[in-house]
Every structure is written in C-alpha cells, then in structure tokens.
Design a protein around this ligand. Structure first.
Ligand code: ATP
Length: 603
C-alpha cells in the first residue's frame, strides 16, 4: 500500500487498479452475493455435486419429524386422547419418537458429506489465490508479501468455516420450513394459506434487508481497514508530525476515520434490528391468525381441534424458530460469506474471465519478437520508502531508447533494485515519473504493464507443473519449437534434456538449484512479448559462462534490456552504464568493441 499525504485536502486521484481497498461492486448484490462472489462459490462447489445431493437426501430424512409432528399430534389427539383411547394416542407419539431417532442417525452421517463439500471449496480457493499470487510474482517480479498471503489464507479458512456453519444451520432450517408448510397443507390447505401469505411477505422483506446488510458489512470492513491505514501513516511519520507540531491535525484525521467506522458499525446494528419485523410478520402474525380464525373454523366443522392445535404446533415449533435462525445466525453467516467471497474473488482470477494474453510474435528463427514500442523515460525521479524516510533516489533523469542495453551498477544498498521496481511500475515515485511510450507506467492497467515490462528478480519463481507450463507462462500460445529454440538461445537446453523434455514434471521446485530455477525464469521471460526486460541480478546464481550466454541471448532479443549488474562482466558487455552513487548519477555511453557489438546487434 503506498503512503498517502497527511492532509485533509482533496483526495488523491483514484488508483486505476486498487488492490487492497476493494471498490464497491457496481451491481446490487443478489441476496448479498455479488456476481464475483457467486461465480467463485459456484466454481468452488462445482465438483461437489454428489456430496451436495447426499446432503439434500439426508436433510429430507432429518426433516421427517418436523413434517410429521403436526399430523402425528392431530392424529394422537383426534383418534387417541380426545376419543378416550390413550393407548392409540401414545402409539402415535411413539412414531414421532422413532422419527426423532432416525433424524439423529442422519445428523451423524451428515458430517462426512459436509467435509466433502467444504474441503474441496477451500482447496479451490487456495489454488485460485495461489495461482494469482504466483502470476504476479512471475510477471511482475513482485514479492507476494507475507502479510497479504496470511490475510488471504485466514480469509480462505474463514470462508470454509462459514460455509460449514451455514450448511449445518441453514440446511435443517430450510428442510424444517418446507416440512412445516407441507405438513400444514396436509392438515388443511386453508391453514397452509393462512401461514404462507405472511411468511412469503416476511421472506421477501428479509431478502431485501440482506442486500443492504451485506453492503453495510462491507463498508464496515473497509472503514476499519482505513482506520488501520491512517494510524499506520501517522505512526510512520511520527517524527515529522512532532517536528511540524501537527499532532492535533494528525489526531483529528485518525478521529475522523474512526468516527466513520463507528457510524458504519451503527448502521449495521440498525439493519440487524430488521430481523424483529421479519419474525413478527412471518411467525407471529400467522399464529395470531390461527388463534383468531381457528375457533370459527372448528365451530363450522371445517377443521378439527386436533388439526388446529397441530397447525399451531407447526408454526410455533418450526416456523418461528426457523425465522429466528434465518434472520439471526444464518443471515449473519451468509452476509459475511458474501463479503469474504467477493474479497477473494477480487484476488483470484475468475475462470469465466481468463486473463487474455497476446501470443508472442516470433521471428522466422523462432526467437521472440516484441510489439513495436518506443522509449522508456525517467524524469526527475525521486523515491523514499515511507513518509519520513530518507530518499533512496533523488532527481534521476534518463532516457532508455527502444532497443538499448543499459547496465545499472552501484554499491550494495544504493538503490538499484528500487530503481528496477520503479522502472517496472511496481512502486509509485515520490516525485517525478517513469513513462513508457509517453505514458506513466504506474497509470497503465496492470495487464498492459505486464505485457510491456517484465522484471526478473534474483529469486526465480518456478511452480509445480510441467516444464512447458513454466516456460510458456508469459506466452501461453508459443509452440514447442519456439519454446525449445528459446531454451537453446538462453542455455537451458542441457537442463531441459536432463529433466526429460517439455512434458517433464517439475514436482517440487525446491529440487532444482537456484541457478536452474533462474534459467527457467529467464527462458520464460525471453519468450514473452514484452519489449522491455529488466534483469535484477537474475543471473546471479549462474556461473560466469552460463551468465554470459544468457545475457548474450537477451542482448540479441529485440527490445530494451536493462541489467542490474552484480558482476563486472555484465557492465563490460554493456553499451551504456548508469552508475548510482547516492548523490550524482553517472551515465556513461560508449562504443562497444566490434566483437561485442556484433553479439549485441539485433538478429
Ligand atoms: N521495502 C523497503 N522498505 C524500506 N527500505 C527499503 C525497502 N527496500 C529497500 N530499502 C532500502 O532502500 C535502500 C536501497 O535498497 P535496494 O535494494 O534498492 O539497493 P540495491 O542497490 O539493489 O542493493 P543490493 O545490491 O544489495 O541488492 C537500502 O537502504 C534498503 O535498505
């Protein structure tokens, strides 16, 4: 998260792709689920249809006592106790007891099926989120960040837990409600109608309130994140604030954010109280109707006393508790699940909308050829980590013409990697800008930026899968011939043969050495259509000969090459060298010796 100025003035322009502070969904959520959340949930449950069917069947068995309770009570009264045959009455009640026993067995059997639904969902969410984190790491050279990874894994765990709780509570609830309605209709259709009309109105009211509740819960989540952000910004700039005497101003900003969070929480509290009218309308209004109309119906011999008491039992024992559960626990679980799934859906790419990537253009010899693009310009670039921190880069200006080969040198800790990240648009400059073809790199949409600039960091990401999958990650449509040719150009070929070809599985990436992982990452980048490649110590684990070969391949690859050098050899092979020394930045341009010039010439 980039830092924001401590000012109450006009807000910063919106980030084109805000990652953490997720935007409010544009479409109104249906029953609290946005399309993103709904897609993620249906995709996650896709493979669990059999387990879901089993759950539905067991739910039907579980609902049997609720279904029979009114009938059995009516029969026990009308044919047993009221007809002075207590034995018959007790026999009917015995049947009910038996059904409760069967229900207990079904409940026990349910747990295996629940696990068969929630565990695959958790795996699915983890795969999606890990996939995207890896994609960012491989395409952008971006550190996935332990804080966000642990936030995502706890969100995935919470989602799994919520779904399990929902299945445990909402499932018998739906079955009970349905059974009560069927039971009422079985007693007398008129009684069923008396309950059904207000119940439908109550459920419609509940559905409406759910949309609002989910939106409000989301506001609360974002508001509390904003409070944490604001406190972090104040703590990060504590020295500046003290020296400026701006303590009160900073405190007022934090106070304003926490007031906003408090108001959001109050709105959730008010929305939750809507459960009372829902229960009154759907549960107590039908009960009142039965009490008021029932005696007349009994007098007119439309229904029996047993049927009236049975109907009242259905409402009091099934409908009212079901509504209380629905508007309380289940509604809360559901809206939290909706908010979490939407947040995860923002991180995990949706299967229905896969990221589109252009195929790499290839020259006749199969080597990668970039899209036509112009220069990379750096204009009075300044950067500091954090508000009060000393700047790492000051007023750096530079143009890297398209097709150039620039090597950046400097002492350890001087800011080479920081500059590489700024060139790739991974950090927002504190002042000044980096532009590509005249457009600010940080303003480019992420998918455009990653097609234009690829940064390869020192620690290469290789993921479990085939060698082919790993190599074609940035060029999914490259054919095998192009991949093998790229492997030859970069020097991966001996390893490719040793591994067993493109179909070989990279089981555990840790089985490969650091240098082998770097070679795989280099070929992956070489194949990509990006016109600008930045190698940030990306060959550090290769021996000098392998490094020279890989760099030669990249020099011959059309496009701009920027290398953060860790060995003198890299600088010796460059046409231009930027030496960072923390104060003045020296840029040297020189003619290459003829042999190197030939090797560096675009093929
Ligand atoms: N995320 C960060 N937060 C705060 N300071 C940082 C961060 N990353 C780097 N720095 C600091 O910024 C300065 C420049 O770091 P950078 O990694 O860019 O240097 P470098 O020249 O690439 O070093 P090396 O050659 O050792 O990799 C260092 O003082 C470093 O401690």
């Amino acid at each position: 998260m980039h830092s924001r100025p401590l000012t109450g003035a006009a807000p910063e322009p919106a980030d084109p792709e805000p990652a953490a502070a997720a935007p409010r969904p544009r479409r109104t959520p249906r029953l609290g689920l946005t399309p993103t959340a709904a897609t993620l949930l249906t995709d996650g449950l896709h493979g669990s249809r059999r387990a879901l069917l089993r759950i539905a069947a067991l739910s039907a068995v579980e609902a049997a006592p609720a279904l029979a309770s009114g009938w059995v009570t009516a029969a026990a009264l009308d044919h047993g106790f009221l007809a002075h045959r207590p034995g018959t009455g007790l026999a009917w009640l015995g049947i009910l007891a038996l059904l409760y026993l069967v229900r207990a067995c079904a409940e026990r059997a349910m747990f295996d099926s629940l696990a068969a639904v929630v565990e695959p969902l958790r795996d699915h969410l983890t795969r999606r989120v890990v996939h995207n984190t890896l994609r960012q790491a491989t395409e952008l050279g971006r550190d996935p960040g332990t804080a966000s990874v642990s936030r995502l894994s706890s969100q995935i765990d919470a989602t799994r837990g919520l779904l399990a709780s929902l299945l445990r509570t909402a499932r018998p609830l739906a079955a009970t409600l349905l059974a009560a309605l069927v039971g009422l209709a079985g007693l007398d259709p008129l009684l069923a109608l008396l309950v059904l009309v207000p119940l439908t109105a109550a459920l419609a009211l509940f559905a409406r309130s759910m949309r609002r509740l989910t939106a409000l819960r989301r506001d609360t989540l974002l508001a509390s994140e904003e409070v944490a952000h604001q406190i972090g910004a104040v703590l990060g700039a504590a020295r500046d604030i003290t020296s400026l005497g701006a303590e009160e101003h900073a405190a007022a900003l934090v106070q304003a954010e926490s007031d906003r969070a408090r108001r959001a929480l109050l709105r959730v509290g008010r929305a939750v109280t809507l459960r009372i009218p829902v229960v009154l309308l759907g549960g107590y209004v039908p009960l009142l109707g039965l009490l008021l109309l029932g005696p007349h119906l009994v007098d007119g011999r439309t229904i029996t006393v047993g049927a009236l008491i049975g109907a009242a039992l259905y409402v009091a024992q099934s409908v009212v508790p079901a509504l209380q559960l629905l508007t309380g626990t289940v509604g809360g679980y559901w809206s939290q699940l909706g908010v979490l799934l939407h947040r995860l859906g923002e991180v995990a790419p949706q299967r229905s909308a896969p990221a589109r990537r252009e195929p790499p253009r290839t020259s006749p010899d199969g080597c990668a050829e970039p899209s036509p693009t112009p220069d990379l310009t750096v204009d009075r670039l300044c950067f500091a980590y954090g508000v009060g921190a000393a700047p790492v880069l000051r007023d750096l200006s530079l143009t890297v013409p398209y097709g150039d080969h620039l090597v950046i040198t400097g002492a350890s800790g001087i800011g080479k990697s920081t500059l590489a990240s700024l060139l790739a648009g991974l950090h927002e400059p504190t002042r000044g800008e980096v532009a590509f073809a005249g457009r600010r790199v940080t303003a480019l949409p992420q998918h455009t930026r990653t097609r234009l600039v690829v940064l390869v960091p020192q620690e290469a990401y290789v993921f479990p899968g085939t060698v082919r999958d790993n190599l074609r990650y940035l060029a999914p449509l490259a054919d095998d011939a192009a991949v093998v040719h790229a492997a030859r150009c970069v020097g991966l070929h001996p390893l490719l043969t040793r591994l067993g070809g493109l179909d070989a599985q990279v089981g555990d990436p840790a089985d490969l050495s650091s240098g082998e992982r770097q070679l795989l990452a280099l070929v992956r980048t070489y194949l990509s259509p990006a016109p600008v490649v930045i190698l940030d110590e990306a060959t550090a684990h290769l021996d000098p000969v392998a490094e020279e070969r890989a760099e030669r391949a990249f020099r011959a690859r059309p496009g701009t090459l920027i290398v953060i050098a860790h060995r003198a050899g890299s600088a010796a092979r460059a046409r231009r060298i930027l030496h960072l020394d923390g104060d003045t930045h020296r840029l040297t341009t020189r003619e290459l010796p003829p042999a190197l010039a030939r090797a560096a010439a675009p093929s």
